[in-house]
Each structure stands twice: as structure tokens, then as C-alpha cells.
Design a protein around this ligand. Structure first.
Ligand SMILES: [Zn+2]
Length: 189
């Protein structure tokens, strides 16, 4: 039998149960410690509360994040963090910002030379609080997947940037070594 309980809600008496995980004893009564589902284990005479909200993974300074660029304004890009490497799945996306000064060592004049709207990037998280600041300056970071803004086809890695094999257009990007689409091998004559 399971029912939703709120903190402080009485689950039973100490004559009936002992307080299990998520429950506590108070003046002869067993009470819920958190919001969750009350579980009564009659075989063990135990009342416990299974938390409804599981612990969530939040970005931390030093983490590597996978995110998607949502917008670019002057020297700043808005990025939605979708996943943290090696962490549990996020329950919601986190908003982050990427400044042009964090796009590489000196060579990036315009943020549009490093990333584009819709691009998926691998980035380092720089701060512990939102909006999280990101950096793609280190070698392992940068764009990992992008679509051609003209024809929607996936771009391939090409001479330090990206290329659309469909329409032939070239794009300046700070491409990560883990970019998912490698150029096709040149055909030998
Ligand atoms: Zn194209």
C-alpha cells in the first residue's frame, strides 16, 4: 500500500511501526520526513517514505557539458545544457552562456566564427550558479554536431571548420575532436 505524504504527516504510532528511511519518531508517532510515498512493510513492522523527488544532477564547476546553442547576441551565446558527462540524466535542461572570450585562444573575433545557432557543443562548466558560464577554449571542447543552416543537412568536419557536402558551403567553427561526422575518405583515381 502506497500513499502520498507530506513532511510531518503521521504515518502511524510506535506501537504499530518503527521509523524507516524518510520517517522519524515524534512523541509516540511515526512521521514523514519528506514529500514522498509512504510504504508500510507489515512483515517488518516498518513505515518508510520513498522520496518523490529524486536527487537531481546540477552543473558544477569543472564538469563537461553537452549543450545546444539557442541564440547568439553580439559576443554572447545562450546555450541549453542537455547533459553532463558522467552524471545522471538531468531532470530539466539548464541555461548557460558562452562568451566570445571563452571560445579559444585569441583567434576568435566573432562568436559566430566559433559556433552557430542550433549547434551541439561540448563545453567546460566554469561556474556553480546559473546562468552557468561555459568555455569551449580547451582542445577537447567545441562543436560536436551541427546542421547546415541553408539545407538542413549534417555538416562534416573540413579543414578546421565544417562543410556541407550538399550545398558546398563552408562554415567557420571551433570544432571539437569528438565531432561526430568525419569527412568521407577521398576516392583514389
Ligand atoms: Zn547545405
Amino acid at each position: 500500500m502506497k500513499r502520498l505524504v507530506l513532511p510531518g504527516e503521521v504515518l502511524g504510532t510506535i506501537e504499530e511501526y518503527i521509523a524507516g528511511k524518510g520517517a522519524y519518531e515524534d512523541g509516540g508517532e511515526i512521521c514523514a520526513q519528506l514529500v514522498g510515498l509512504a510504504i508500510f512493510k507489515n512483515d517488518r513492522k516498518e513505515a518508510l517514505v520513498e522520496p518523490l523527488v529524486k536527487e537531481v544532477a546540477v552543473p558544477k564547476k569543472g564538469n563537461f557539458a553537452i549543450g545546444q546553442v539557442e541564440g547568439v547576441k553580439e559576443d554572447l551565446a545562450n546555450v541549453r545544457i542537455l547533459q553532463l558527462e558522467g552524471k545522471r540524466r538531468l531532470t530539466k535542461p539548464f541555461l548557460a552562456v558562452l562568451h566570445v572570450s571563452q571560445c579559444g585562444r585569441g583567434f576568435v573575433k566573432s562568436i559566430g566564427d566559433a559556433i552557430g545557432i542550433g549547434d551541439f557543443i561540448r563545453a567546460r562548466v566554469l561556474t556553480d550558479w546559473p546562468p552557468y558560464q561555459l568555455s569551449i577554449a580547451e582542445r577537447s571542447c567545441g562543436v560536436i554536431y551541427a546542421l547546415c543552416p541553408f539545407c538542413g543537412k549534417a555538416l562534416v568536419q573540413y579543414r578546421g571548420g565544417l562543410k556541407c557536402l550538399d550545398c558546398g558551403k563552408l562554415f567557420k567553427r571551433k570544432v571539437a575532436p569528438s565531432y561526430v561526422i568525419k569527412p568521407p575518405r577521398e576516392k583514389r583515381p
